[in-house]
Design a protein around this ligand. Structure first.
Ligand code: RAT
Ligand code: ZN
Length: 418
């Protein structure tokens, strides 16, 4: 049993985190079998929607014009604006450099053509292996939308047998746009109506059950606006209470809520045009209390909501707080949130998910997050050692494995797929 000292602590924490297999519980990447739904390589990396938004800080180019360009031209433009004409200090910009550097490329060369050449020497399958090995990620959970025609076709054709890629049944179209999506449900053989009568409720439950089982979904998920309320007299509130939660209980899977996104405040920016707003945690308190047999995975987008979210998790063990989502995935905020969560919740939370949309991003998102989680752990363990408490290497390993994946698997009550 190797005991930890004040002197050996920083290195021991780094070692424990580096060795812990990561389960990334929310991403937007896909297994190779999903064809071009899987985005990878430097042109995708540079045209990430976070960087599209940042690019328009530095150019007067009409939005429409940018979106008429081909992928390579878009990447050239962003590379010039964000990386050559300015120093790439934002988190998403820095992330591109971390990813390329960890792939073994000389970012100092600033040679986009050579980065492209490197990426094109891989097949998608080889690139997946390389990125998983480089990032230390062992399992990712995808975001799987049965209302997306391309994706739907893959699932109906048998789906995905790469166990590194697990599924999450994403319900935004169903819950946030039922007045339109009920028509698709009808087309697919679920006789539902617009008002959500008794038959519709049963048919939607059948739809959820069938798709969750088809995907072997680890959880169902939705992103929600700051105005999200339940209970309320709305289709979404009824869909959640009458359809989603009963099926989640029946299948024993959590319902994930990602709360606080204001969609398309600048619609010309597409995916890059969403923003943030403060939400209420009252709906969470209501749901966690009224449905103790349901499990809720929750992340919130506003910095202002983080403290009350952590406090809510102290009240309800059926609530697992996860990740520093989207505009919060910046080192200063990740550190602040991780510290606060640890101080309120001990180790019973999931500090980070990547939200990677491009495979390569797993590398930087986890490299950057691991370092910050490590910094916070060193401080917290340091405080324990100062009291005379003793820690050994095995305990650090246990804790690191929990934070980077184990806590999620334990919460959902399944064995890690790795
Ligand atoms: O972080 C993002 O990439 C956002 O565009 C969203 O995808 C968000 O994470 C979501 O899952 O809705
Ligand atoms: Zn996401």
């Amino acid at each position: 049993m190797t005991m930890i000292t004040k002197e050996s602590l920083p290195q021991a924490v780094e070692k424990a985190l580096a060795a812990a297999p990561v389960t990334d519980l929310h991403t937007h990447i896909f297994a190779a079998g999903f064809g071009d739904l899987l985005l990878w390589g430097v042109d995708e990396l540079v045209t990430y929607h976070y960087l599209i938004a940042e690019n328009f800080r530095y150019t007067g180019m009409p939005y429409e014009q940018y979106f008429t360009l081909g992928k390579k031209e878009q990447a050239d433009l962003i590379w010039r604006n964000l990386f050559i004409e300015h120093s790439p200090v934002s988190e998403a910009q820095r992330g591109v450099l971390t990813a390329l550097a960890k792939l073994g490329l000389d970012v100092g060369s600033r040679n986009l053509a050579s980065f492209r050449e490197f990426c094109s020497s891989f097949t998608p399958g080889e690139y997946i292996d390389k990125v998983f090995a480089t990032s230390g990620v062992s399992t990712v959970v995808m975001t799987n939308d049965p209302f997306n025609a391309k994706e739907r076709a893959v699932w109906l054709g048998g789906g995905c047998d790469d166990r590194r890629f697990q599924a999450a049944l994403r319900l935004d179209p169903l819950l946030n746009a039922y007045d339109q999506t009920y028509l698709s449900l009808r087309e697919w053989g679920y006789p539902v109506d617009k008002r959500l009568d008794r038959t519709s409720v049963e048919e939607i439950k059948r739809f959820l059950r069938e798709w969750a089982q088809r995907m072997k979904a680890l959880y169902m998920a939705v992103s929600l606006p700051p105005t999200f309320a339940v209970p309320e007299d709305s289709l979404r509130s009824r869909l959640i209470e009458e359809c989603v939660l009963p099926v989640a209980r029946e299948l024993d899977i959590p319902f994930a809520m990602m709360i606080g996104v204001n969609k398309l405040v600048n619609h010309k920016l597409g995916d890059a045009g969403d923003s943030v707003g403060k939400s209420s945690v009252r709906p969470l308190e209501y749901l966690c209390e009224k449905y103790p047999d349901n499990k809720f995975l929750v992340t919130m987008l506003a910095r202002e909501n983080q403290h009350e979210l952590a406090v809510t998790a102290r009240k309800f063990r059926n609530l697992l707080v996860f990740g520093c989502w989207w505009f919060l995935n910046n080192p200063s905020l990740v550190e602040e949130m991780t510290r606060m969560r640890m101080e309120l919740l001990g180790l019973s939370f999931v500090p980070q998910h990547s939200d990677a949309r491009i495979l390569d991003q797993l590398i930087y998102k986890w490299d950057h997050s691991r370092k910050i989680i490590g910094k916070v752990l060193v401080d917290k363990y340091g405080d324990l050692l100062a009291t005379g408490w003793r820690l050994d290497e095995a305990e650090l390993k246990r804790d690191a494995e929990g934070l980077l994946g184990g806590n999620f698997w334990q919460f959902i009550g399944k064995e890690p797929m790795m």
